[in-house]
Design a protein around this ligand. Structure first.
Ligand code: SF4
Length: 235
């Protein structure tokens, strides 16, 4: 049987902005991700965001929630979320008007302003509060095993974006000094977290962890090689 022709697909070689050749599957996946990105900016999602929290506001709350003392300077917020300082300041001011954060000048250096989560903000920072229901419905369509695969793929995509400087800090297992990937490779729970000294499975990979501590560049490279099957874990 002949292969199914892909209608309207150009036979021209497609290259990215740096001149690298892009395969058809990569193109399909990028187009899919762009469509999801566009949907997240759609009118109905924005409307829902206005009633609750916009994407940047929600990211700021999650970031503060993940910090041990639930505080951060505005410059840290801007840096970790890769937005400009005025954009971060504006979002923080909006959150303050909603009484979800408060700004304080530090005792040591009155010029430094820290942003602190309020009790109301901590409640709103819960992972599903205010999340567009369209997104939870869409993800919920996937069976559990596909959700786990998607989580693993997201972790890899985020790490690749981090490598390119598009996400400066991702508080996830793959960048964490406590992460020991595939340490128990024959088990259902192949990974190990040294912080709690316990094995865990793919479904428990964290994208935002309060106990995260950054790995050194050498450890992060090693972790990536073991995680992606480049070589086996050293115990
Ligand atoms: S401390 Fe958190 S981010 Fe680090 S390995 Fe453990 S679960 Fe993952």
């Amino acid at each position: 049987m002949s292969e199914l022709p892909i209608l309207n697909q150009s036979t021209k070689t497609i290259r990215d902005s740096e001149g690298r050749r892009v395969g058809p599957m990569t193109l399909q996946l990028v187009a899919g991700l762009e469509k999801i990105g566009l949907a997240m900016k759609s009118r109905s999602w924005r409307r829902e965001g206005r009633a609750g929290l916009g994407p940047l506001q929600r990211q700021i709350l999650s970031l503060l929630h993940a910090k041990p003392d639930q505080t951060a300077q505005v410059s840290t917020i801007a840096n970790e979320l890769v937005v400009r300082l005025p954009t971060a300041s504006e979002a923080v001011a909006t959150l303050e008007r909603k009484r979800l954060v408060r700004r304080r000048r530090t005792m040591r250096d009155g010029r430094v302003v820290t942003v602190e989560l309020t009790a109301r903000g901590a409640k709103a920072a819960s992972p599903t509060t205010g999340m567009p229901s369209q997104l939870t419905t869409a993800v919920g369509v996937l069976p559990e095993d596909e959700q786990v695969e998607l989580l693993e793929s997201l972790v890899k995509l985020i790490r690749a974006l981090q490598q390119q400087g598009e996400i400066s800090v991702a508080r996830m297992c793959l960048s964490c000094r406590y992460f020991r990937p595939n340490l128990h490779s024959q088990s259902d729970h192949p990974h190990h977290c040294d912080y709690v000294d316990a094995p865990f499975g793919k479904a428990d990979l964290r994208l935002e962890c309060g106990e995260f501590e950054p790995a050194s560049a050498a450890q992060a490279r090693d972790t990536w090689a073991v995680f992606t099957g480049g070589r086996t874990a050293a115990s």
